[in-house]
Design a protein around this ligand. Structure first.
Ligand SMILES: C[S@@+](CC[C@H](N)C(=O)[O-])C[C@H]1O[C@@H](n2cnc3c(N)ncnc32)[C@H](O)[C@@H]1O
Length: 203
């Protein structure tokens, strides 16, 4: 077993197996819109895939954005999935009132998580009230036009409340020569497989 293949083990605490292995079996069906809302098994695979990466990414985010979280009173995670990111946030910052906001079929199958309020809805409609709008790995799901729409409407809402927008995004570097260099390409292919119009960006 190589250092990198350890990420594919199902039984380790930090694993990428749900993201890298299972989802590809559904590539052809994913071309159909709304597949996840109609197929419970795929919905579960997709949510597990996101959750396994959330744990890994939030570990780093929490250590680098410590002061940022300290000053937050309420936060809505837009497209928060099964609240993997929020679970990590409330563990370290129980004073923050957190809301997980995602599509109704996702929220319906999301297990309860202490301290997290789940709200079902559409991110292109008005979102639940909070001082901070948090979005992790959302903008890469959408084309430029949709991203501008999201950014404009949330910016206005947040400015009115003197709050802030916190985004966690992936930036692909064209001359990436490190061991994770190909991950940009892998993520771009994932966006192709699982979204209609999403892509990884360089800026
Ligand atoms: C790539 S996942 C990111 C999940 C989570 N933010 C994370 O990184 O752990 C995108 C999420 O956006 C949700 N989503 C897609 N379209 C949406 C919409 N119109 N309104 C609300 N949520 C939506 C999906 O259900 C999914 O949970």
């Amino acid at each position: 077993m190589t250092h990198i293949s350890k990420w594919l083990l199902h039984n380790s605490d930090l694993s990428l197996a749900p993201m890298i292995l299972e989802l590809w079996h559904y590539l052809s069906q994913c071309v159909k819109e709304h597949f996840a809302s109609q197929n419970l098994q795929f919905n579960n695979f997709f949510n597990e895939a996101i959750e396994c990466t959330a744990k890994i990414v939030m570990k780093t985010t929490m250590s680098h954005y410590k002061e940022g979280f300290d000053s937050i009173r309420s936060l809505v995670d837009v497209g928060g999935g099964t609240s993997g990111a929020l679970a990590e946030i409330v563990k370290s910052y129980p004073h923050i009132k957190v809301i997980n906001f995602d599509l109704p079929h996702v929220v319906a199958t999301t297990p309860m998580c202490e301290g997290v309020i789940h709200v079902g809805g559409d991110m292109f409609d008005p979102i639940p009230n909070a001082n901070v709008v948090f979005m992790k790995w959302i903008l890469h799901d959408w084309n430029d036009e949709a991203c501008v729409k999201i950014l404009k409407s949330y910016r206005k809402e947040i400015l009115d409340k003197n709050g802030k927008l916190v985004f966690i995004v992936i930036f692909v570097q064209e001359d990436d020569n490190n061991i994770f260099g190909d991950m940009g390409l892998v993520f771009d292919l994932l966006m192709f497989a699982h979204t209609t119009g999403g892509k990884e960006r360089t800026e």
